[in-house]
Design a binder for this molecule. Structure first.
Ligand SMILES: Nc1ncnc2c1ncn2[C@@H]1O[C@H](COP(=O)(O)OP(=O)(O)O)[C@@H](O)[C@H]1O
Ligand SMILES: O=C(O)C1=C[C@@H](OP(=O)(O)O)[C@@H](O)[C@H](O)C1
Ligand SMILES: [Mg+2]
Length: 195
């Protein structure tokens, strides 16, 4: 028999890394989708650096995301986020987890699209809610009815997230399973890296 029928001896992570090439892998999606957690584990599996844009924003500003929203408002936060993302995406390959609103901002979205391969962690409302209601670190959810706010954000944002190169369904399975699905999506990605 010829080579075509032989099993691929390279591991999933190796195949994903090869397919990614020099591009960044950029996680997008709503709060609670798992961008920060799954992004970090995916970077480990790929053996490339990881950075979370919210952490980087907090590091350079020496303020938390909540403090930034309270002191300067969302518009200023988005401007800072766009500047930070531009710098983080300059060289690859690395895994970049963004905050949920980054891809919704036109300027950041342009940079993200230019900056690498995007993967949308798509999750349903109950999964997201179960995860985000345990913490109060998300200023946009400090409303009278945060679950309704989350649902409104889903309606407004999901058509935009859908522009991502890859989509993986985020749900209550082991994080390692999520990572494997992300790696498989990258490895199977037909979009060829441009030189
Ligand atoms: N597959 C998963 N199973 C269980 N918990 C998860 C999973 N993915 C993420 N989480 C948890 O959900 C919470 C939100 O995840 P996080 O990575 O902060 O999301 P995001 O950065 O998209 O807002 C964290 O406590 C994280 O550990
Ligand atoms: O959805 C958003 O607009 C935001 C999501 C947050 O990040 P996570 O998606 O990692 O929670 C953080 O950037 C900020 O609170 C705003
Ligand atoms: Mg996050």
């Amino acid at each position: 028999m010829n080579d075509v029928t032989e099993p691929d001896s390279a591991t999933l992570a190796e195949r994903a890394k090869l397919a990614l090439g020099k591009r960044n892998l950029i996680f997008i999606g709503l709060m609670g989708a798992g961008k920060s957690a799954i992004g970090r584990l995916t970077a480990q599996a790929l053996g490339i650096p990881f950075v979370d844009s919210d952490h980087e924003i907090e590091r350079v500003s020496r303020m938390t995301v909540s403090e930034l929203f309270a002191a300067y408002g969302e518009e200023e936060f988005r401007a800072l986020e766009a500047r930070v993302l531009k710098r983080l995406l300059r060289s690859g390959p690395r895994v970049v987890s963004t905050g949920g609103g980054a891809y919704i901002n036109e300027r950041s979205r342009r940079q993200i699209k230019k900056g690498g391969l995007t993967v949308w962690l798509n999750a349903d409302l109950d999964v997201l809610w179960e995860r985000v209601n345990k913490r109060d670190t998300r200023p946009l959810l400090k409303t009278e009815n945060p679950k309704q706010t989350l649902e409104n954000l889903m309606r407004a944002r999901y058509p935009i997230y859908a522009e991502a190169d890859l989509v993986v369904l985020s749900r209550d399975v082991k994080k390692e399973t999520m990572v494997e699905e992300v790696l498989a999506a990258i490895a199977d990605c037909k979009k060829v890296e441009m030189p």
